[in-house]
Every structure is written in structure tokens, then in C-alpha cells.
Design a protein around this ligand. Structure first.
Ligand code: SAH
Length: 358
């Protein structure tokens, strides 16, 4: 009987241990393999030289290691770098490196495209092409760490690239376990932030995870009426429900939930909106991150003036909220929030169907 080679890059360490055992090898070699793959970026088992020659030969037969390839790389005037990565099936996605001092951040994707269709987001215009596997999510981190020569450096990860992480829950959580593994990158979950529009059932599930990232909620509006227009999912899970779930979310002493709020001129940036937002967030351990819209062709909104942004922020701060305004990075290379878009992708079967159905 021939067994299909297994993609080692898509296994968490426990799964790799099991796979090794099933193939007649010792479980503990998984640690060595993890360390080669994540810490040293070695993707060829024959180069994993602390494994015996026989074992390496066997592993080369039994496993493959799939890694996204860099199809294009662009650097912004502010140092932000956008990577266009190609996956094994030819699909493409974008990951972004944001070199903020002191912390370096990788912004990575969890899906090709996105099903959430937020009114101001370019990725949302693509629709969902497909979910990424855990191997592809963690693979972005391997590729960026290698390409940027940062394997030995500390960096943060934000799941704020393409896709809705809670809409690809299992693979996202499995990727976080792989990145958290002490024999791999050993990423502390405190260095990882998961950003979501608030898929309620998945959010409740997240609250019970042993490895828990920081949480960011893309709120964008204080009322259901307005939010429903900007974030279609709000029609299913409304503001009050999301806030209630946030209040129940287990928090360590120091942590706060970030609320992202894209500011759209004349839409959600009035002082009344700010006052309502402050009310909604009363009693939540929160911080608000205002994101002035990154405008782009095809996005039917405008960025408010700096004064309008300041006034909005001041209302929140006066009511005791912690507020920051997100510096927009990489706008000149369309690497900024909501600007990740891979053009010319084949349509998914669902999209083709939608087209057929008119
Ligand atoms: N789906 C998740 C992860 C994407 S995070 C989520 O929505 O949270 C990307 C962040 O950038 C979100 O807060 C999103 O609302 C915001 N964003 C999307 N389009 C934007 C745009 N054109 N300008 C500024 N921010 C945008």
C-alpha cells in the first residue's frame, strides 16, 4: 500500500508526532523537524542534519513541505512591504510587513478574498475565493520571517490581512497553535491580534480557547441601523449582542479589547456618533482605534478631514476612553487596511454560480 505524502507544513506538532509514529518513527523527532522548519526556515528534510540519514530518506518519501512562494514584493516610501504570495494551487494572497519601531508587525491573511462584503473594503469586493489552511496561514509567517531575515527577531502578528479569521475558525486556531509551539516560532499569544467583524458563535468559542490572541472588533458604527449598512453581518449579529459577548470575554488584568472604527466622512464621523460610541463602550475594557478611511477607486466613501478626526477622537477621550488614530501605512503601494486585493483571480464556484444566476 502506498500512502500519499503528507504536507508537513500543515501539521501542528501533535499531529506530526502522530504521523511519525504511524510511519514507524519516534515521536520526538517532531521537535527537531519543527525547529528546522520554523526557527531555521529549512524546507528540505534532507538538510535536517540532526536526523539520521535513513530517517531523512524515509521522511523525504513520506512527507512534503509546502511553502507559499513570493510572486511580488513592493516597498512603500514608509518602509511597509507588501508581499504577493502564491499558493500551491495558484491562488494568490497578500501579506504585509509593517516596520513600526519598536515593534515589527506581520499582517497576515486567513482567507483568499472575504465573504463579509464590508462596504468600504476592497477585499470584500472579491468575495470569498477560499479558506486558507493552517499551513498556509503559518506559512505566510515563515515566508515573511525568512524574506525579511527576521527569524531571530521578535515580531507581532495581526490577523488583519485578507479574510475574516472567525469565518475560517478551525484553520486559524490551528495556525495559532503551530506558531505558538515552543519548538517553532514560540509566538506568545500576547503578540498576536485577531481582528473580526464579530461572528458571534465563533467569538463565543474563542472565549474558551486555551491559546488566546488579543481581540480586535471591527465595530465602525454605534447603532445597528448604520452598522448594518457598513457591515452586512450586523443584520445577523447586532451591536448589543457583540458588546455583550465582549463583556463576557475572559481578559487578563492588563488586556483590553480593541474596537476598530473606520472613519467615513459624513457617514459615521459626527460628534453624535462619537457620543453614541462612547455610550456603547461604557463598561467594556476597551481601547478605540480610529482608522481614517483608506480611499481607493471603487470605494464609495471619503476620508474625513484631520480636524474631523481630531474632534471625533476628543469626544471619546473626554469620556474616558483610550483612543488612538491608526497611522496609515503603505498607502502608496495599496498595502493599507482594506486595500488588499488580488486582481485577476479565477472566480470561485460560488461566484461563478452567482454570475450565472445574474
Ligand atoms: N475581517 C477582519 C479582518 C480584516 S482587518 C475584520 O474585519 O476585522 C482589516 C481592518 O481594516 C478592519 O478593521 C477593516 O474594517 C479595516 N478596513 C477595511 N477597509 C478599509 C479601508 N478602506 N480603509 C481603512 N480601513 C479599512
Amino acid at each position: 500500500m502506498t500512502i500519499q505524502p503528507l504536507d508537513l507544513a500543515n501539521l501542528d506538532r501533535q499531529a506530526l508526532e502522530t504521523a511519525l509514529e504511524e510511519r514507524g518513527h519516534k515521536r520526538f523527532h517532531a521537535r527537531q523537524v519543527f525547529s528546522w522548519l520554523y526557527k531555521r526556515g529549512v524546507t528540505d528534510v534532507s538538510a535536517m542534519t540532526d536526523l539520521s540519514r535513513e530517517l531523512r530518506a524515509a521522511l523525504a518519501q513520506e512527507f512534503t513541505i509546502t511553502t507559499p512562494t513570493v510572486a511580488a514584493r513592493e516597498t512603500s516610501t514608509d518602509g511597509t512591504e507588501k508581499f504577493l504570495l502564491r499558493l500551491a494551487d495558484g491562488r494568490q494572497l497578500e501579506s504585509v510587513f509593517i516596520p513600526d519601531t519598536p515593534s515589527m508587525t506581520f499582517c497576515i491573511s486567513t482567507q483568499v478574498g472575504c465573504a463579509m462584503a464590508c462596504a468600504f473594503c476592497l477585499t470584500g469586493k472579491m468575495g470569498l475565493v477560499r479558506n486558507l489552511t493552517a499551513g498556509e496561514i503559518a506559512g505566510q509567517v515563515r515566508v515573511l520571517a525568512g524574506a525579511l531575515d527576521m527569524r531571530d527577531q521578535k515580531f507581532n502578528i495581526v490577523l488583519m490581512g485578507m479574510g475574516e479569521p472567525l469565518h475560517n475558525y478551525d484553520e486559524t486556531m490551528r495556525a495559532l497553535r503551530m506558531l505558538n509551539d515552543e519548538h517553532g516560532f514560540a509566538m506568545s499569544p500576547r503578540r498576536v491580534t485577531l481582528s473580526t467583524v464579530g461572528l458571534l458563535p465563533a467569538l463565543e468559542k474563542l472565549a474558551r480557547e486555551p491559546v488566546m490572541p488579543n481581540l480586535a472588533i471591527s465595530l465602525h458604527a454605534p447603532t445597528d441601523l448604520l452598522r448594518g449598512e457598513l457591515v452586512p453581518l450586523n443584520k445577523k449579529y447586532g451591536v448589543a449582542e457583540i458588546i455583550a459577548a465582549c463583556k463576557r470575554f475572559p481578559m487578563t488584568k492588563r488586556s483590553r479589547i480593541t474596537f476598530e472604527y473606520v472613519l467615513l466622512a459624513g457617514v459615521n464621523d459626527s460628534l453624535d456618533d462619537a457620543r453614541k460610541l462612547a455610550k456603547v463602550l461604557a463598561g467594556v475594557k476597551s481601547k478605540v482605534n480610529l482608522i481614517p478611511l483608506n480611499a481607493a477607486p471603487g470605494i464609495p466613501f471619503e476620508r474625513p478631514s484631520d480636524e474631523a478626526i481630531d474632534r471625533f477622537a476628543r469626544v471619546l477621550a473626554d469620556r474616558g476612553l483610550i483612543v488612538s488614530v491608526r497611522k496609515s501605512r503603505g498607502r502608496d503601494i495599496r498595502a493599507a487596511c482594506g486595500q488588499l486585493l488580488v486582481e485577476g483571480q479565477q472566480k470561485s464556484p460560488g461566484q461563478r454560480l452567482a454570475v450565472t444566476l445574474g
